[in-house]
Ligand binder design. Structure first.
Ligand code: AHR
Length: 502
């Protein structure tokens, strides 16, 4: 039996709700068709936004949404997407599939989407092919109340009040698609661009610098040394690619070795966060600068028969396990991880929603976000596991042993938090084959009641438009025993969320 000790009096701090954020780019069918169908569409919509998708996103309490990219951000010119739609510029989306972008979804539409979802907008500005003035005027357009020509433009587009956007990204992946820059060069550009991203009225911008890809520690070192004092947050991108970039593997066709490799690669997030934070600490001992993991998730081959540039992939229990494991990691690092954004909301990469015309389904990853939402703004509670390591017998796979400095994963992954005297425990059994009996005890707390849900299935199991609920949460039997502990059985490949009253 695994034992888990929850210690509510030992905490890394408050779990910023923005850790449960999402990312939507002008890529494939994410924005167009997935979210925005236009006011004249036969698909039910409010001001062009799909009602079914918005309602589903509201249910998981999406706290923040990043837009317009991604790589698209550094070739996006915001003025192309404001004003009467008939006059909006058409462009070719050269990054993603070479399709025509008619800019019918622009700044006003994104702000309307965030209003409908009830989330904070996180806007990513263009450094790669934009100008300082363009970025500066975008902030002014969104946030200023002054009677300037730029603000009058907003008024004439039907919006009197400033939007009060708080989260502002200064470029995306500027080491790659955002301009192929050296860190020294980007650090200087970052300092320059952010200077002209002004605070208006009471609104305070969180200025977000482009951070490293995965283990590029030199990027973090250079950025922090040269520009650390000018930023409020630094980003980190880490995708879980279960194969090579050329052949990533199929989303719903993993074997056992691939399943474990996927989890091991996902778990690198812990090491990446720890090491990047150690570098950040050298230049920011007060911990003023937060870490934002604004792109994460599984990246598989595109589904057969779909456009290569659209990044459409199925989403299985394996993806759900990666989500559970990663969110547990973020929760435990809540003292420094201030936001994270899963890539990408609808129809792209590890999405929470898939659509097919007017039809929509919720993926296993969606259900993880639903089962974890009680962690938002709760106080993290330390959790100590005494259990078995994962993958007995599989550790000798070369690919696995070369991956990280860590000693491998435990079979059980857990995090816990407390809000309004209610304890939430999320626990995943990562084994593909073995069930695990778990006993949870809570330090210094007399337990009164517990209710719980479980998401489980084979690691390739997924939802289809024919069987939308093939993978969905179900009630789980968990009981408080005579010695004030909770005992439960986690089947192989499962995620449980427990609500405990003490
Ligand atoms: O999420 C897909 C792409 O991955 C983003 O556009 C880019 O930032 C990253 O490389």
């Amino acid at each position: 039996m695994d034992t888990i000790l929850i210690r509510p009096n030992r905490s890394a701090g408050v779990i910023n709700r923005n850790i449960y954020g999402h990312f939507s780019e002008h890529l494939g069918r994410c924005i167009y068709q997935g979210i925005f169908v236009g006011e004249d569409s036969p698909i039910p919509n409010v001001n062009g936004m799909r009602t079914d998708v918005v309602e589903a996103l509201r249910r998981i309490k999406v706290p923040a949404l990043r837009w317009p990219g991604g790589c698209f951000a550094d070739e996006y010119h915001w003025r192309d997407g404001v004003g009467p739609k008939s006059g909006r510029k058409r462009m070719v989306n050269t990054h993603w599939g070479g399709v025509v972008e008619d800019n019918s979804f622009g700044t006003g539409e994104f702000m309307e989407l965030c209003r409908q979802i009830g989330c904070e907008p996180y806007v990513n500005g263009n450094v790669g092919s934009g100008s300082v003035r363009e970025m500066s005027e975008w902030v002014e357009y969104l946030n200023s109340d002054g009677d300037s020509t730029v603000v009058r433009e907003r008024w004439s587009n039907g919006r009197k009040e400033p939007y009060g956007v708080k989260y502002w990204g200064v470029g995306n992946e500027n080491w790659g698609c955002g301009g192929n820059m050296r860190p020294e060069y980007y650090a200087d550009l970052y300092r320059q661009y952010q200077t002209y991203c002004r605070d208006y009225g009471e609104n305070r911008l969180t200025r977000i610098a482009c951070g490293p890809s995965a283990d590029d520690y030199n990027w973090t070192e250079t950025l922090m040394e040269r520009a650390g004092r000018h930023m409020d947050a630094l980003t980190l991108h880490h995708y879980t690619v279960p194969g090579t970039w050329r052949d990533k593997g199929w989303a719903a066709e993993a074997d056992e070795a691939k399943y474990y490799l996927t989890l091991e690669k996902a778990s690198l997030m812990d090491e990446l966060i720890t090491k990047h934070l150690a570098i950040m600490d050298k230049y920011d001992p007060e911990h003023r600068v937060g870490l934002i993991v604004d792109e994460w998730g599984c990246w598989h081959n595109v589904e057969r028969g779909t456009a290569p540039g659209f990044l459409y992939q199925q989403n299985t229990m394996r993806d759900a396990m990666v989500a559970a494991l990663t969110l547990n990691i973020f929760n435990r690092h809540c003292d420094r991880v201030v936001m994270a954004n899963l890539a990408q909301t609808v129809n792209v990469l590890q999405s929470v929603i898939l659509t097919d015309g007017a039809d929509m389904l919720l993926t296993p990853t969606y259900h993880v976000f639903d089962m974890y939402k009680a962690h938002q703004d709760a106080v993290e509670a330390a959790s100590e596991i005494d259990g078995k390591p994962l993958m007995n017998g599989l550790n000798d796979l070369n690919e696995l042993s070369n991956l990280s400095d860590s000693n491998g994963l435990n079979q059980t992954s857990v995090s816990a938090s407390m809000k309004n005297d209610v304890l939430t425990v999320t626990a995943a059994n990562l084994s593909a084959t073995e069930r695990v009996r778990v006993r949870i005890s809570v330090e210094d707390t007399r337990l009164k009641s517990v209710s719980s849900r479980i998401l489980t299935g084979g690691f390739n199991d997924h939802n289809t438009f024919e069987r939308k609920d093939a993978v969905a949460p179900k009630p789980l039997d968990a009981t408080i025993d005579d010695s004030n502990g909770i005992t439960l059985t986690l089947p192989p490949c499962s995620i449980a969320s427990l609500t405990v009253n003490g």
